[in-house]
Design a protein around this ligand. Structure first.
Ligand code: SF4
Length: 345
């Protein structure tokens, strides 16, 4: 089982690394602003506008996408989510699709997943966990929220979803929970993914997210990075690099690798507005105003946004992935060196 998973990951990594890149092939689609969470680091749930981009607009996306992240809001609240997944798979049969959910609506999620795995058996599901028990409930503003996510996690696992992730977002209020959430993901047999709170007035509608307690948690970062490096799974080594670069970014506010957002990866909001990433303020255009994504991408406005984006410093998986791909030898050198000598921050 572990062997076939490793082969699948390596095959996907190879196709990602060798993909032609005339157009971005890594898409984050926020498919709705509706959200049943009440998170402290995001104001999407307060949104009074509940736009939903029509399925016909998604048909304008390229036919050679490699990775699609469906996010929101809470993507499972979109009533035609199953039809959307079907459409995306029809256009891109080999695409990797990840649905990022808060995991609170257990019944709704399991009902939709039953349908989705018929269309996309290798669907990947990520559930947000920002702390253990009550701390998660507090961050997300949902009493009993942690137990709800755990119930959803177990239910979808029972349905046969094999690739499950625990997505942890660090802020000052929960950075002390990083190691516990990491351990939880290992106990659950789920992949651990990590991000730090960030600001985006156009999307999250928030501008005061920050991490100031970093020096106190240096040790936790070190433990996590060295544990991932100590395994024999290339995916874990690349995660170690990602977390290392995240730490460096949080200290210096500078990326270790350039930003290729817009060129390699894009973000599309529920109104159809296309941005290089969800923390970018440079709109490339609106899908509704063009006949195809390619036409939008080639427009002067899109090219200008891409050019401006180079100077936007952030470090999130969606904007780091393509940079790590383009600078694969730099990343491999870091892995090799760090595996030999360990990492000290
Ligand atoms: S962070 Fe996600 S789950 Fe929380 S309010 Fe924002 S969209 Fe909803």
């Amino acid at each position: 089982m572990a062997k076939s998973r490793l082969l699948k990951d390596l095959r996907w990594a190879w196709s990602y690394l060798t993909a032609r890149n005339d157009l971005p092939n890594d898409f984050v689609l926020a498919v709705t602003y509706s959200c049943n969470s009440r998170c402290r680091m995001c104001n999407i749930w307060k949104s009074e506008v509940q736009p939903v981009l029509a399925l016909s607009e998604y048909q304008k996306l390229p036919a050679d996408m490699k990775e699609i992240n469906l996010s929101g809001g809470e993507p499972f609240l979109r009533s035609d989510l199953v039809a959307l997944v079907a459409l995306l798979v029809k256009q891109n049969p080999r695409v990797r699709i990840i649905i990022n959910s808060n995991g609170f609506a257990t019944e709704l999620i399991t009902a939709k997943i039953k349908e989705i795995i018929k269309i996309k058996p290798d669907i990947i599901l990520g559930f947000s966990i920002d702390g253990i028990g009550e701390l998660h409930d507090e961050v997300r503003g949902i009493p009993g929220g942690f137990d709800k996510v755990m119930a959803t996690f177990k239910a979808v696992k029972k349905l046969g979803v094999k690739d499950l992730r625990i997505a942890y977002t660090a802020g000052d209020y929960n950075i002390n929970q990083m190691t516990q959430v990491y351990k939880l993901s290992q106990e659950l047999g789920a992949e651990f993914t990590m991000a730090a709170v960030h600001n985006a007035e156009n999307y999250f509608n928030i501008s005061d997210n920050k991490i100031t307690k970093l020096p106190e948690f240096k040790k936790e970062f070190c433990i996590l990075i060295n544990r991932e490096l100590a395994t024999w799974q290339p995916k874990n080594w690349s995660r170690a690099y990602f977390v290392f670069a995240l730490y460096c970014f949080l200290v210096s506010h500078k990326r270790l690798l350039p930003n290729y957002s817009g060129r390699d990866n894009v973000f599309i909001d529920p109104l159809g507005a296309v941005y290089p990433s969800d923390v970018s303020g440079h709109q490339m255009g609106n899908l509704k105003d063009f006949n195809s994504f390619k036409e939008l991408y080639q427009s002067p406005k899109a090219q200008e946004a891409i050019s401006l984006e180079k100077n936007n410093h952030n470090w999130m998986m969606c904007t780091a992935r393509s940079a790590m791909k383009r600078h694969v030898f730099q990343v491999l050198y870091w892995i090799f060196k760090s595996k030999l000598f360990g990492v000290k921050l």
